[in-house]
Design a protein around this ligand. Sequence first.
Ligand code: GRF
Length: 200
Amino acid sequence: MIRRLTAILISGSGSNMVALVRDMADTAHPSVPCLVLSNRPDAGGLARARELGIPTACIDHRAFPDDRAAFEAALMEALEESGADLVCLAGFMRVLTQGFTAAWSGRMLNIHPSILPLFPGLDTHARALAAGMAVHGATVHEVTADLDAGPILGQAVIPVLDGDTPASLAARLLPLEHRLYPAVLRRFAVDNRTPLALFP
Ligand code: GRF
C-alpha cells in the first residue's frame, strides 16, 4: 500500500494534530505524517510534534505584513518540499485565499467546532449557547474558497447541558474531535467521502 503523505497545519496546542499523528502510527493507515507546520513560533503543538518525531516548520505570518500572497507562497513551498499530498488544518487560524484552496482542492481538510453549516467562523461555543441549542458539535469538511463551507465529511455531536459554558462545551467536545478527525482522515485518504456521524 502506498501511504499518502499528510501535512498538518496548526496555530496552537495541536491536540487534534497529536490525535491524527497517533492514529497514523498504525502502519496500515492509508496516510503518513510528513510535516507539522505552524504559523506561530509559540504554538505548543510544534514541541509536541517534535516529541512524536514528526518534521516541523514554522512560517510566521507576521513576517509577511499585508502580504497574504507571499505568506501563502511560503506555505506552499514548505508543503511541496515535504512531499505532502494531503493537508489537514487542525486549529490553523489563518484564512486561506482562493488560490491556495484551489491548489489543494479535494486534498485539504479542516476541523471546525460547530455543527456546520451552523456557526461558521469564531466563538462557536458561545454562539451555540446563545442560540439556545440543545446539541453542539464539530465538523470535518473539505476546504474550499468559502470559509467553513466545504463538503461535510463527518460530524460529532454532544448534548448541551444545564449550566454549560463555552469552556465546558469546548472541553467536552475536544475528546470527540480527537476521535472524529482521525476516523475521517482514514476514510478520506482512500477516497471515501460518505459523511461519518459520531456520538459520545
Ligand atoms: C479545535 O477546537 C478545532 O476544532 C478548532 O480549533 C481547535 C484546535 O485545538 N479548529 P487543538 O490545537 O487541536 O488543540
